[in-house]
Design a binder for this molecule. Sequence first.
Ligand SMILES: NC(=O)c1ccc[n+]([C@@H]2O[C@H](COP(=O)([O-])OP(=O)(O)OC[C@H]3O[C@@H](n4cnc5c(N)ncnc54)[C@H](OP(=O)(O)O)[C@@H]3O)[C@@H](O)[C@H]2O)c1
Length: 230
Amino acid sequence: MTTFGILGAGQAGATLARVSVDAGYDVVIANSRGPETLAGLVRELGPKARAATVSEAAAAADFAILAFPYVPGTRLPVEDLAGKVVIDNNNYMVWRDGHYPEVDSGQKTVHELRQEQLPASKIVKAFSHVQFHERHPIRVPSDRLPAIVRLAWPAGAPDRKALVVSSDHPEAVEFVTAFYDDLGFDAVDNSPLSESWRSAPGTPMWKGSVDGQSRDELIANLKRAERVIA
Ligand SMILES: NC(=O)c1ccc[n+]([C@@H]2O[C@H](COP(=O)([O-])OP(=O)(O)OC[C@H]3O[C@@H](n4cnc5c(N)ncnc54)[C@H](OP(=O)(O)O)[C@@H]3O)[C@@H](O)[C@H]2O)c1
C-alpha cells in the first residue's frame, strides 16, 4: 500500500490524514514538536497511521505533503524527499506570513519558492482551496463536516466538484489527479507553478471554493483571474 507522509499535523494535515486513511492509504504524520505530541491523533486514526519525526516521515513516504506555511530558510528534509512527489497546499497570506517581495512583484509564485527549497522533489500545488474545517455559516448539520469530506462525490456523479493542481512535473500532476479521484474530486490542471497565482487567495476560483466548483466552473474562474502586482 502507498504511504503518505504528512508533514504538518494541524487542521489541514490531521484532516487529510483522516480522509487518506479512509481511502486506504497508510499515513506517517509529523509535526514540529515530535511524535509523542501526536499520540491522540494516531490513536484516533487507527492501525494504518503512525507518528514520526519530520525526517522519518519524509523517508518513509512514497509521496508527501508540506501542510504548513512557506517560510524562507526553513530546514526541510531535502534528501529524504528527493525524487518524490511533494504536495504544497500552502496559501500565501500576508496577514500571517508577512511580505515576500518576489511574490508581491509577480516575479515568482510562492510555490516556485517551495520548489527551490526542495530542488530534487516534484512540488505540486494541490488541496490549497478546499477547506479542512466546517463551513461558515452553518446552514444544515452536514455543514459541520470539513469541505474535503462534505464536497466529495464518486466519479461520474453529476454534482462532482473539481480541485486545482499545478506543477512543473507532469508525473506529479498525474499522481495528484488520481489521488483527488480517490478522495472524491475531479482535477483541473493549472500548470506550471508559475501559473499557480490563478488559484491564490482572493481570486475568482478562491471565492467560489466554499461550496465547491464543477470542472467547467473552475476552468472559467481560473481564466478570469487577474494578477495583482504590488
Ligand atoms: N486549514 C485549512 O482549511 C487549509 C485549507 C487549505 C490550505 N491550507 C494551508 O495548509 C497549511 C496548514 O494550515 P493549517 O490550518 O493546518 O495550520 P495549523 O493548524 O497551524 O497547523 C500547522 C502544522 O504544521 C506543523 N509545522 C509547522 N512547521 C513545520 C515544519 N517545519 N515541519 C513539520 N511540521 C511543521 C505544526 O506543528 P506544531 O504544532 O508542532 O508546531 C502544525 O502541526 C497552511 O499553509 C495553509 O495555508 C489550510
